[in-house]
Design a protein around this ligand. Structure first.
Ligand code: ADE
Length: 242
């Protein structure tokens, strides 16, 4: 069981994710728990504002540290929780990080908005996490991304055999997959997949994964678990091209 506490000004944005589909079922099965905390409720001024101008100037408004920190302090056992701040300035989230986080029992995710949060919030945060090199309007979509990537690794959330055999699990992209019909608008399924020859199918899948990774994400090949046959195949592919 992982408990997620998500601090946000826009709790409604999470409703679609947690009230539908696999995440909903995971919550019902008590495999995960998701608490949404609207930190606007912790504003100490009468207009319930949470943002202010930034010292030193600069465009846009910044979220004050106090309402966020007051909201955090209502979370039970906060000291033992992994406290993450969604931020484009964080380390980039990836499958390895998802696996690491799936071993936690309690994850707190703080979502900024506007131009971000007063930097003093970092005194109460373990790690800043970015979901990629682009700037979003807030941390809500990043928090949903992490919630989904981590939840599906919790045993029982999805079928037991799927998580391991997927893109990035050994740093190769996934091979293509097909289902019925065998021919669609003249496009067939590769013959080997219809052959029933298990060893050939495995070999084909490995080769297609290598081919796809070489083409789309050659950077991943450096980290991948490759054997001699893999290197041979990659060498063949490279020579085909030249
Ligand atoms: N907030 C805005 N952009 C973000 C990003 N790329 N990752 C995490 N939080 C963000």
């Amino acid at each position: 069981m992982i408990r997620f506490d998500i601090l946000t000004l826009f709790p409604n944005m999470f409703k679609g994710l947690i009230e539908d589909s696999i995440i909903k079922r995971a919550i019902e099965k008590k495999l995960i728990e998701v608490n949404l905390i609207d930190f606007r409720e912790f504003s100490t001024n009468k207009h319930h504002t949470v943002d202010d101008y930034s010292y030193g100037g600069g465009a846009g408004m910044l979220i004050s540290v106090e309402p966020v920190h007051l909201a955090m302090k209502t979370i039970p056992n906060l000291d033992h929780a992994k406290k993450l701040l969604m931020s484009p300035s964080g380390k980039t989230f990836n499958q390895a990080k998802a696996i690491e986080l799936s071993k936690e029992e309690h994850i707190v995710m703080v979502c900024g908005h506007y131009e971000g949060i007063d930097a003093r919030i970092l005194n109460f945060i373990d790690e800043e996490v970015s979901i990629g090199d682009y700037v979003l309007m807030g941390g809500e979509v990043p928090a949903m991304t992490i919630l989904e990537a981590v939840s599906r690794l919790v045993p029982g959330v999805i079928s037991e055999d799927s998580p391991v055999n997927e893109s990035f699990s050994d740093s190769l992209l996934e091979h293509p997959q097909y289902t019925r019909p065998a021919i669609y608008e003249g496009f067939g399924v590769p013959d080997v997949l219809l052959s029933g020859h298990h060893a050939n199918i495995k070999k084909w899948q490995r080769e297609k994964a290598l081919e796809k990774t070489l083409k789309v994400r050659p950077d991943l090949l450096k980290k991948a678990n490759l054997d001699l046959n893999d290197y041979k195949y990659l060498w063949e592919l490279k020579n085909e091209k030249n």
